[in-house]
Design a protein around this ligand. Structure first.
Ligand SMILES: [Zn+2]
Length: 380
């Protein structure tokens, strides 16, 4: 038996677009929902599909600055191309488009709603695929992110006395979320990602462990390019999982970006559905009230597969490996060749993986030396 589950979804994502040349495609949410539907996952007993409810601007002000929000609203209301680089708005990454504020607000409202459902309505898990905008800063858009939904939802949880772990398995470092809690022990942030040595946003090294009261409460496992499933699981098993268990939060918030996948066009990790599924199963087994959000993913079928797998794991459903014929037909017309939900086993080239293994072992050893003793002393 498992508790009730909620999927936060609404069908009108098609109203928004970052532009035809932008790697982020709003259509991926619809595609993910179609795949869930084709597998019969949106009409499960005990699983509800819910629309988010509007949130007050005060909720956003727990993280974002009033001047930044005013600028977002102003730009959002007009069709005229605008830019304000002080706020990270109007460059190729964070374009200005009509309705952009409503777009960002929708993602944030969904994550706050997910937090509400697991704390006030008895849901075991609530999943907002349209969240996960982990690069947004207090007064600056960055990395396709305008409003930091996870930070705003976590602030909502903190205001209700909850202790939170934020785990981020997107290919990019969850810099905006780390920054928000860098000096506090109220939230333990853990991010596993492609190394910032050569990769956006250029942060997330193992020596970034927090300051002041937050010392030991920011954890980063950077992975070199070509890191594969075995290394991804190693980072999770040897760092993330034991720390979550020791900290034992009231609520677990996870960012489930699918841009780690081998076939993602923007990243160089070599993860497949194997480690992705493995991590989700272990998270579910923790039985901690769970808020899940989406995140990156620039191959729309990878995104649809990843989040369908996630939603199935959350509901304890085993899926057949072959994609439903109705879905294959939809993606065929879009030019995708996929026929299977799960990827074939994949190992990186030996030299590449040895280099990545060596690096991750060093990172893990450093974290076990700096963060683990602190965590065990305070929470063990
Ligand atoms: Zn990403």
């Amino acid at each position: 038996m498992h508790g009730k589950t909620a999927l936060i979804y609404s069908s009108d994502f098609g109203r928004y677009s970052y532009g035809t040349d932008h790697p982020f495609k709003v259509q991926r949410y619809q595609l993910a929902f179609e795949l869930m539907q084709a597998y019969g996952l949106v009409a499960l007993p005990g699983a509800d599909v819910v629309e988010s409810r509007p949130i007050e601007e005060d909720t956003l002000l727990t993280f974002h600055s009033p001047d930044y929000l005013a600028r977002l609203r102003e730009f959002s209301a007009s069709d005229v191309p605008r830019a304000d680089f002080r706020y990270g708005l109007g460059d190729v990454e964070n374009p200005v488009f009509r309705g952009l504020y409503d777009w960002a607000l929708r993602g944030t409202a969904g994550t706050v709603e997910a937090a509400r459902l697991v704390t006030e309505n008895g849901y075991a898990v609530a999943f907002n695929p349209a969240g996960g905008w982990h690069h947004a800063h207090r007064a600056k858009a960055s990395g396709f992110s305008y409003l930091n939904d996870a930070v705003i939802a976590i602030n909502w949880l903190i205001a209700r006395g909850k202790r939170v772990v934020y785990l981020d398995i997107d290919a990019h470092h969850g810099d905006g979320v780390q920054e928000a809690y860098y000096d506090t022990d109220r939230v333990l942030t853990i991010s596993i990602h492609e190394s910032g040595i050569y990769f956006f946003p250029g942060t997330g090294f193992e020596h970034e462990t927090g300051t002041a009261a937050g010392k030991g409460y920011s954890v980063n496992v950077p992975l070199l390019e070509h890191a594969d499933d075995a290394l991804f699981m190693k980072a999770f098993d040897e760092v993330a999982f034991p720390l979550i268990a020791v900290y034992n939060p009231d609520v677990l918030v996870t960012q489930l970006g699918a841009d780690t996948f081998r076939t993602d066009p923007l990243t160089r990790l070599e993860i497949t559905t194997h480690s992705y599924t493995y991590i989700l199963r272990k998270l579910k087994a923790l039985k901690i009230p769970w808020v899940a959000v989406g995140g990156g993913g620039y191959d729309n079928v990878n995104v649809a597969r990843a989040w369908t797998i996630a939603w199935a794991v959350m509901n304890g459903v085993e899926l057949p490996s072959r994609l439903p014929a109705s879905f294959v037909k939809i993606i065929e017309e879009m030019g995708f060749p996929n026929k299977m939900l799960f990827d074939a086993m994949h190992w990186a080239e030996e030299d590449d993986r040895n280099r990545a293994l060596d690096a991750v072992e060093k990172s893990i050893a450093a974290i076990r030396k700096t963060v683990f003793p602190l965590m065990l002393e305070r929470h063990g």
